[in-house]
Every structure is written in structure tokens, then in C-alpha cells.
Design a protein around this ligand. Structure first.
Ligand code: SF4
Ligand code: SF4
Length: 367
């Protein structure tokens, strides 16, 4: 019986972005820009980061030479899918001088994103749970999300900062994508997940995939999982963290933390935002939303009081909410193990280390 997995031969890879464009999508993929990897518009597969790798460690992320014949031999860059659905800054509505409000829906055509990782698919499911909650859907998020087609890549080169195995989210892309891709010597192995992915796959000049190469590709992903060394001390740290709100480690980490918010900006699941009114002299006004962070002073300002006045309280809020409170709100931890907050923290603070130190002795078994 056929596995449904098809081979797009190396010489025909361009057919994938071409098919997506023919279906009306703007095609995005990882590109090297300003020394980092970020999603940008692809004019062809030549724009992908062929031959590039990534070296990551606490407080460190560098592009390095990778494998020339591979475009996805690295784990992730600082950018997740978040800014594609939840804009870092946007005007939500404008009001006329007479007070009439006009919403500003997001412009742009549907987008197909090539090279999405398992951790970012899991993060997107969490953003969906927040922004698409029945009864209070965010129309700006919903409009962008509806037009998103996702081509996932099963991860084979985890960074030293990755720990998606311990959160249960990777490195294999298991849900939330339309097409999944394994990078092999002969080309890309493709598997459709759902009708939209099947429609794309049907347009491609694929061949039947050799079962041995499919098994070799799957084995490479299993090997990638086995290479991950970081882990959280458990998937549900609610009780352990909330029982340790006075742990001395909160003050110790606050001595290093700069409260810069870099971790929350790169985190694919952080959704906190602030809103600003921009009134003009002619009586019109624009109402804008921008990303915010629990590390800022204003984030906990309520009626003349800053509820979290110091870095100790803000770091504790970040960790207890992310690894504890999310279980109550969304039924799971808010961490998908992408490791971005570790690599992009200028103080090299590692949340797996902090969680382990604070939860030590809590009896949390590793999953
Ligand atoms: S943990 Fe690191 S990235 Fe996050 S606010 Fe503190 S210094 Fe910045
Ligand atoms: S908390 Fe850190 S490792 Fe977890 S999802 Fe956010 S950025 Fe990734």
C-alpha cells in the first residue's frame, strides 16, 4: 500500500513555490537577512538558506557553514510564525472627527510559508487558542490566519538550545500543517495533511517515494530527537512553581536579567500587547496595538500601582505564567521548546536551568 509520501526530485524543487504561486499565495520562506534567518518573500528556491547552519547556545546565535545540498539543516532563527499572524504593531481602527469608528482590516493576499518547524506549529495552535477563542475572535488575527498555508519541515538539525522533545512538540511535525517535507539527497519527500495540502501535492511533478528513503528520512528525525540535551523538569510545572513563589532563585536570576523583553519578543507563544490612542488635531484618532512584554514596568500598571515593581517579580511572572498558568488557561504549558528565549537572551539566562533549579525536589517526573 502507498504511504502517500511522494518524492519531488531535486531538479524539480522549483515546482513547489511555482504551484503555490499559481494557487494565489505569496510564498514566504526562511532567508538570510541582516545576518539572521527570517521569513521573507521567496522569488524561488534559490532564496532559501542553502548550505547554512546555525550554532546556538545561551546568549549566542550564529549562522555557520552547513551542508551545501540542504536548505533546512538548522533549527530556527529568531522569528517564529507569530509576526505573520499577530503584527508587532498595527492600527486596529480609526475614528472620524464626528466619532464614527472605521476598523482597519489587514491587507494582503494569502501566504504560504515554506520551512515551518514542529515547535512553531505547536506555538501557532496556542496562538489560535488565544486569538480565535469562540465568542471573542480577534478579526485581525483571524484574517491573517485564514490565509496561511503551512509547509512544514521535519527537523533534522536541532540546536543545542532546542528541547521540543521534552515539551512533546517536535522535532517531527505532527499537526497543524498542510504539507510536510523531509529533505533528502534525491529531493524533497512530501506528505499532504488535509485537502489544501493534497491540492498542492497534486500539482507537483512528483514520483513515488522509495520506502527505504522514507524510512531513512524518518530515522534522521528520530536521531535528531535523540540528540537533544536540554529538557524541562516536567510538562506540568503548575504546582511546583506556585508552591515556590518565595524561592531565593527568583532574586538570583533577577540579578542577571536586564528586563529587556528580548525573550518575550522571540517567544512564539507570547501574545501580550499594549494599545495606544493617537489623536490628531483635526479630531480624528487612530487606535493601535503593539507587542508588549511582562518585563516592562507599564505592563503591570493598574490605577496608580505597578503590581510587579522589580525584575524579580517580572521574571517570576514570565516563568510561572508560561510554565504554570497556561495550563489553567489553555490546557498545556505555554512553552514549545524552541529554545529561542535561551539563545536570544543577552544575559544568557536559560529557562530550563531556572525551572530545574526552582522546581528541584518537587517530584516532577520527566515526561
Ligand atoms: S530573561 Fe534575558 S531576554 Fe528575558 S528580559 Fe531577562 S535579560 Fe532580557
Ligand atoms: S519560553 Fe522560550 S523555549 Fe519556550 S516557547 Fe517561548 S521562546 Fe521557546
Amino acid at each position: 500500500m502507498s504511504s502517500g509520501i511522494r518524492l519531488l526530485p531535486r531538479a524539480r524543487l522549483e515546482a513547489l513555490p511555482e504551484a503555490l504561486r499559481a494557487l494565489g499565495y505569496e510564498v514566504l520562506g526562511p532567508r538570510v537577512e541582516d545576518g539572521i534567518l527570517r521569513y521573507g518573500s521567496l522569488s524561488g528556491i534559490g532564496d532559501l538558506p542553502w548550505g547554512r547552519g546555525v550554532e546556538a547556545a545561551p546568549g549566542r546565535w550564529r549562522l555557520v557553514e552547513g551542508e551545501p545540498a540542504r536548505a533546512f539543516a538548522w533549527a530556527n532563527g529568531p522569528q517564529a510564525l507569530k509576526p505573520l499572524v499577530f503584527a508587532p504593531e498595527e492600527t486596529l481602527w480609526r475614528s472620524d472627527a464626528d466619532g464614527r469608528v472605521r476598523p482597519e482590516p489587514p491587507a494582503g493576499r494569502p501566504r504560504a510559508v515554506l520551512g515551518v518547524r514542529a515547535c512553531d506549529l505547536a506555538a501557532l495552535a496556542l496562538l489560535d487558542a488565544h486569538f480565535l477563542r469562540p465568542g471573542c475572535e480577534d478579526p485581525w488575527y483571524a484574517a491573517r490566519r485564514a490565509g496561511l498555508l503551512l509547509v512544514a519541515v521535519h527537523c533534522t538539525h536541532p540546536a543545542a538550545t532546542c528541547f521540543c522533545v521534552s515539551t512533546g512538540d517536535g522535532p517531527e511535525a505532527r499537526a497543524g500543517h498542510d504539507l510536510a517535507l523531509w529533505e533528502t539527497e534525491a529531493g524533497w519527500l512530501l506528505e499532504a495533511a488535509g485537502a489544501r495540502g493534497a491540492e498542492v501535492l497534486a500539482r507537483l511533478p512528483t514520483e513515488e517515494a522509495d520506502p527505504a528513503s522514507v524510512e531513512a528520512a524518518r530515522a534522521e528525525v528520530r536521531a535528531a530527537a535523540a540528540r537533544q540535551r536540554r529538557a524541562l523538569p516536567g510538562r506540568d510545572l503548575r504546582e511546583a512553581l506556585f508552591a515556590r513563589l518565595d524561592h531565593p532563585r527568583w532574586a538570583r536570576v533577577a540579578e542577571r536579567c536586564l528586563a529587556c523583553g528580548s525573550c518575550t519578543a522571540v517567544c512564539p507563544t507570547c501574545f501580550c500587547h499594549a494599545t495606544d490612542e493617537h489623536p490628531a488635531l483635526d479630531g480624528t484618532s487612530a487606535h493601535a496595538r503593539r507587542w508588549s512584554s511582562c518585563f516592562t514596568e507599564r505592563h503591570s500598571y493598574i490605577h496608580g500601582i505597578v503590581l510587579r515593581p522589580d525584575t524579580r517579580a517580572r521574571y517570576r511572572q514570565w516563568l510561572t505564567h508560561k510554565l504554570g498558568g497556561w495550563h489553567l488557561q489553555y490546557g498545556r504549558s505555554g512553552c514549545v521548546g524552541c529554545g529561542r528565549c535561551i539563545a536570544w537572551c543577552p544575559a544568557a539566562i536559560d529557562l530550563t536551568e531556572e525551572a530545574a533549579a526552582i522546581c528541584a525536589g518537587a517530584g516532577e517526573a520527566a515526561p
